[in-house]
Structure formats: C-alpha cells, structure tokens
Design a protein around this ligand. Structure first.
Ligand code: SF4
Length: 201
C-alpha cells in the first residue's frame, strides 16, 4: 500500500518541469516490496515511456545477459529486480548527438527524494549501480575503473545495503573496449554470482 502510494506520487512528479529542465515529465520505474536487488541506472532512455516496462530495449537485453552470466534467470528479470534510476524521466538527447543527455546534478538532487523513498520502502539488500553517475551517487566520487569489480556497503534513507557497480549497459558506452575494464566487469559478475548463491536471490 505504501509503495503504491509512493509510485503514485512519483508518477505525478513534475519537479523538473517546474524547474525548467524538462518540457514534460514521464517517470519510469517498476518493482515491488520484496525485491531484494534494486537496479539503479542513470535515467530512462528515449523510448522507455512507449514500452510496457523499463529495460525492454537493447540496454535491457545487455543487462539481462550480464545477469544471466551471474546465474540469474533472465526470464524472471521483471519479478526479481526493482528497476529505477537516479532521475526517472528521459532527460533528452545529448548535445553531441550520441546517446542520451546525462542528468545534471541539479536534476539528480530534485529526484533524490523519490529514490530515497523507494530505498526506504523496498529496503534492498543490494543495489546494482549502472554507470559512473549511479555508482558515485552511492559510493562517492571515483573513476568507474576503481569502483567496478568490488562490492561496498552504503547507507541511504536510514537503510544499509551493498552496492555493486557495473558499467552502463548502453551501447554508447565504450568503457568495455579496454581489456582491463572487461576483467573488472567479469570480476563484478563473479562477485554478483557469489552473492546470489550466498543470499539465495
Ligand atoms: S526526473 Fe524525477 S524529479 Fe524530475 S520530474 Fe521526473 S520524477 Fe520528478
């Protein structure tokens, strides 16, 4: 009930419109109390609001393939993971024309209360932080190469949980072109597999 109320509040959120960052809001998220793992991305993609669920495009396909490597059933993705992001509305295309615009610190701050309320209610054991922006939001400033391949504890909304950073699964990211980063990514998926086995996710 409390989560349904929160989802209604987020669905009606227009803070970024009022602040002049977006022409209109279209918050995207999905999940339930009982999801032990929360996936926190940067922001939804351009077509997310036209689809019945988040992560239905190529980014989601890549993410589900990574999770399958860690032993998760890709077909159970939508029931098992709470899917959300730092900002919940598509920020628009990047000015370079390649990929999506990264949400600004001000937009992330405007949406922080929504994410805090999700964490407070869902109380995940693990946050999978996709991409550098999401990773540093939980773990503090550091290059992605220093964050991927390890699991750390974090606290937010008076709840302690583990954070396992992964690179962003979007096709725009070139981070995995570096062999050293591919090894960091493989190490992260091994850690995720160990945690899944230990905790029975
Ligand atoms: S990104 Fe977050 S704070 Fe901004 S309008 Fe969407 S839901 Fe609200």
């Amino acid at each position: 009930m409390a989560l349904a109320t929160l989802h209604g509040d987020i669905a009606g959120c227009t803070r970024c419109v009022t602040a002049g960052f977006l022409k209109k809001s279209h918050p995207i998220f999905r999940g339930a109390v009982g999801n032990r793992v929360m996936v926190v991305g940067q922001a939804p993609g351009a077509l997310a609001h036209e689809r019945p669920a988040p992560y239905m495009g190529n980014t989601g396909k890549t993410l589900r393939a990574w999770l399958a490597v860690a032993g998760f059933d890709a077909d159970a993705f939508y029931g098992r993971f709470y899917l959300t992001s730092l900002t919940k509305c598509f920020p628009g295309p990047s000015t370079s024309g390649k990929g999506d615009r990264a949400p600004s610190a001000a937009e992330i701050a405007l949406c922080r209360g929504n994410l805090d309320r999700e964490i407070a209610l869902v109380r995940p054991e693990l946050v999978l932080a996709l991409g550098r922006l999401a990773a540093v939001a939980f773990l503090g400033p550091a290059p992605l190469a220093e964050l991927v391949g390890a699991v750390r504890e974090a606290e937010r909304a008076e709840h302690r949980f583990l954070v396992l950073p992964l690179p962003h699964p979007s096709g725009v990211s070139r981070w995995l072109n570096d062999p050293a980063n591919r090894e960091r990514h493989a190490a992260a998926l091994r850690l995720l597999a160990e945690l899944r086995g230990e905790r029975g996710w």
